[in-house]
Design a protein. Structure first.
Length: 501
């Protein structure tokens, strides 16, 4: 019934509005990390921009386009994974207001490793809690309402995802998870961009009940982006996470965190709070316009004396020196992005290294971990890993060729233990105080390769058709699992969905 209703709306909207909309508006689909049209911005929410062409500013302008995602594949074991999603994408602009909403109903059969991850987390990435047995179903919902007061301030309320950084991944705030309600204030003064982000999330870990029994939590985020020079941009990040209910008391949204200017850590100390705090730095350097070097450093907890002990141990190994304190929780990212490589227009290369220490983003109270719907708000691997990503793409006119390789090593906790990769586990259950090392636990090694060639069918819809292949090799301890699939896909590229880990 839901599919029939959506199909009816889709057909009506396409017949009634398509020609009118194309005459009045153009859609700029230069969104964050769109592999088809453009690269990213430092702080991005997921909404295509509406560009006016001969529009009466006194009347609201509307765009209603179909949204779809269909894929058919042939897996190495003879299975035929397939997905089908259909819905609508609506956008409007009137004076200083912009509105957008996207809905897709998704039903599919996934590759073996993808299905295992969905069943384990109970969530289809970027969507919501999975339903069904033979075919896994979920909905994608995204909406926003933006008001631009002037060239300095704009305000946005929505249900969606945000991304902070310049990499393929982000260790600060990422788009890998499901959408959440949020309110954001953007301020631009001189060479400074300042964002306040207020979000609501859900903790569903070990909770098989109805949505009403999920544990709600909130995050409040500051991000200050300063263009220090023509070639260097420095960003400062801070986020606080707390639970809505604590020890039987309904705390709700803490008004102490509404202050839009000061850093939250002093506020947290002043109110005697044990809330989870994550801080970080984002750096970006442009070199000769065609090269971007970027980096992130994130801290959850640390002591300078313990960091020094780790450095001394690294420089001069000594078994008698105590090091590897569990609460030295931090992550690092280094990356390089090049455009028009070898002076070939349209040829881009990205190389990126990410590593995150054990127990980072986790908390003594699991509800206050840096997660939403059993998924990290930062990197999809959680913590206790290192990863290298290489992506090369070439686009010419409506054609895009893309090759991606991901290699990651992570430590996994045996059942009943906690070596630091699972953000949902309490820090109290840690295995030891010292001698904690990166990728400790059962070793997991993953190699992921994806190659595709795509053709842009309709730019106004950001619709493409792609032919590609996926190869994934996973080794846990001495057990090996190989997944491969050839696929053909036709979709409107309105959001990112990640299975490349």
């Amino acid at each position: 019934m839901r599919i029939l209703l959506t199909l009816s709306l889709l057909i009506l909207s396409t017949l009634s509005f398509s020609q009118l909309v194309n005459d009045r508006l153009l859609i700029d689909y230069e969104m964050h990390k769109s592999i088809y049209l453009n690269e990213l911005g430092t702080f991005t929410s997921f909404k295509p921009k509406i560009i006016e062409t001969n529009v009466n500013p006194e009347k609201p302008s509307w765009v209603i386009n179909p949204a779809f995602d269909a894929q058919a594949g042939l897996e190495n074991e003879g299975e035929t994974p397939n997905q089908f999603a259909i819905g609508l994408d609506v956008k409007s602009k009137w004076k200083k207001w912009q509105f957008g909403a996207t809905y897709l109903f998704n039903s599919g059969e996934y590759m073996n490793y993808q299905e295992r991850r969905i069943i384990d987390s109970r969530v289809i990435p970027s969507m919501n809690v999975s339903r069904g047995k033979n075919r896994l179903e979920a909905d994608y919902i995204s909406a926003y309402l933006n008001y631009r007061l002037n060239s300095t301030f704009d305000f946005e309320a929505g249900y969606g995802r945000n991304f902070i950084g310049d990499g393929y991944r982000s260790l600060l705030l990422s788009d890998i998870g499901n959408a959440s309600p949020y309110f954001r204030i953007n301020t631009k003064i001189w060479k400074i961009k300042y964002s306040n982000l207020f979000s609501s999330h859900q903790d569903i870990f070990n909770n098989e009940g109805s949505p009403s029994s999920y544990a709600k939590k909130y995050t409040v985020t500051h991000f200050l982006d300063w263009q220090a020079t023509k070639w260097l941009t420095v960003g400062l990040f801070e986020s606080i996470i707390w639970q809505a209910k604590e020890n039987g008391y309904t705390r709700g949204f803490d008004v102490n965190y509404l202050n839009p200017v000061i850093f939250y850590r002093p506020v947290e100390f002043s109110v005697g709070s044990s809330d989870n705090a994550v801080v970080g730095v984002n750096l970006k350097a442009k070199i000769k316009k065609k090269y971007i070097v970027y980096s992130q450093l994130v801290f959850d907890e640390f002591l300078l004396s313990e960091i020094r002990a780790d450095l001394n141990q690294w420089r001069n190994p000594n078994e008698d020196i105590q090091s590897g304190w569990w609460a030295n929780k931090y992550g690092l990212q280094f990356g390089l992005l090049t455009f028009d490589l070898f002076q070939i227009q349209g040829l881009k290369l990205r190389s990126e290294l990410n590593l995150v220490r054990p127990y980072t983003y986790a908390h003594s109270n699991p509800t206050q971990s840096y997660t939403n719907y059993n998924q990290s708000l930062a990197h999809p691997l959680g913590a206790n890993f290192h990863e290298w990503i290489g992506i090369i793409s070439y686009n010419k006119e409506k054609w895009i060729a893309r090759f991606k390789y991901v290699q990651a090593r992570r430590g996994i906790s045996p059942v009943g233990t906690n070596f630091g990769e699972n953000l949902q586990l309490s820090n109290i259950s840690r295995e030891r105080e010292y001698e904690n090392k990166l990728t400790q636990g059962i070793p997991e090694f993953v190699r992921y390769l994806e190659s595709s060639i795509s053709y842009v069918l309709k730019k106004e819809w950001n619709a493409t058709i792609s032919l590609g292949v996926i190869l994934r090799d996973e080794q846990i301890d001495n057990q090996k699992d190989i997944n491969s699939m050839m696929f053909v896909k036709i979709k409107t590229n309105l959001f990112n969905q990640y299975f490349d880990y």
